[in-house]
Design a protein around this ligand. Structure first.
Ligand code: CP
Ligand code: NVA
Length: 314
């Protein structure tokens, strides 16, 4: 893998992503066979979390442990990101203690700055802009369902948020048609659309945006949704519930998708809002496979970025 950090999917090549998937498959089967891994032996990975998390925190802590490493969790109270000390000083000091950082924060710029000043690999565990580890696990899940990406087509129904942006970037890199259905004013901002348009994409990728969920899912065999109110937007929750009311993933919408379409959600889900119980618990739902695959994909990322980085020094 050519990149030192995973701050977003923008700089990752198709080959980098496929290499992560190869390692994810390899590590998934090795761990299942009870084979011990030592890629992070003697290494410590810091987890800096400015927002709540269950999946990301637990899957990283468990993944680090399974690779023979040690995780140190630091919340905002302890770290005071950008208030107690500058990101520049945090990056320079923490690089002398740990071998890599997973960071969940509000501003993507915090992650970019940390990557600039730290001398160790930085992994984005979610920002307001992106959620690259989620998108990698999502595409790995699709690959495991279909065996490849040739026949995949992904529709995201809901807010044009961090998860949607990372899914779009992943689709671009892997040649998967992507459509987004959002209420007026809640889709991708022009700046991101320009970025999506400007990155090197693989043949097969296309981007359709619409305010009609049924139009978005028409050709899709994967229908993805996420919360209507992301962390940090809690004050808008009531207003958003009204605006997004017609953007629920339910049986009626799934009937408008390709036959046999599967339903995705990054979780946590708000049952009865963006997705119904019937769909979450039904045969089309692959949401728990996505959640499990966070662990497999992140172990691969840790091995490639932190394990490999260490090997180069030896
Ligand atoms: N999908 C996801 O990142 O979940 P958490 O917020 O629980 O980490
Ligand atoms: N869009 C959600 C994803 C949570 C995993 C948020 O940012 O809160």
């Amino acid at each position: 893998m050519k990149q030192k950090h995973l701050t977003s999917l923008i700089d990752l090549s198709t080959e980098d992503i496929l290499e992560i998937f190869e390692w994810a498959e390899r590590l998934k089967s090795r761990v299942a066979q009870g084979i011990r891994e030592f890629a992070l032996q003697g290494k410590t990975v810091g987890l800096i979390f400015e927002k709540a998390s269950m999946r990301t925190r637990v899957s990283f802590e468990v993944g680090i442990n399974q690779l023979g490493g040690h995780a140190v969790y630091m919340d905002q109270k302890a770290i005071g990101l950008g208030s107690r000390e500058s990101i520049k000083d945090l990056g320079r000091v923490i690089s002398r203690y740990v071998d890599g950082i997973v960071i969940r924060t509000f501003q993507q710029e915090n992650i970019n700055q940390l990557a600039k000043y730290a001398t160790i690999p930085i992994i984005n565990g979610l920002s307001d802009d992106y959620h690259p580890c989620q998108a990698l696990a999502d595409m790995f899940t699709i690959k495991q369902k279909l065996g490849g990406f040739e026949s995949a087509s992904l529709a995201f129904v809901g807010d044009g948020n961090n998860v949607a942006r990372s899914a779009a970037l992943a689709c671009a890199k892997l040649g998967v048609p992507f459509s987004l259905a959002s209420p007026e004013g809640y889709g991708f901002k022009q700046k991101f659309k320009d970025l999506l348009d400007g990155i090197e994409s693989k043949d097969g990728f296309s981007f359709l945006e619409t305010s009609d969920p049924k139009e978005a899912v028409k050709n899709a065999n994967f229908v993805y949704t996420d919360t209507w109110t992301s962390m940090g937007q809690e004050a808008e929750a009531d207003a958003r519930r009204k605006v997004f009311a017609d953007f629920q993933v339910n049986a009626d919408l799934l009937n408008a998708a390709r036959k046999g379409a599967l339903v995705m959600h990054c979780l946590p889900a708000h049952r009865g809002e963006e997705i119904t119980d019937e769909i979450m618990d039904g045969p089309a739902s692959i949401v728990y496979d996505q959640a499990e695959n966070r662990l497999h994909v992140q172990r691969a990322v840790l091995r490639l970025l932190i394990g490999a980085w260490n090997c180069q020094l030896q």
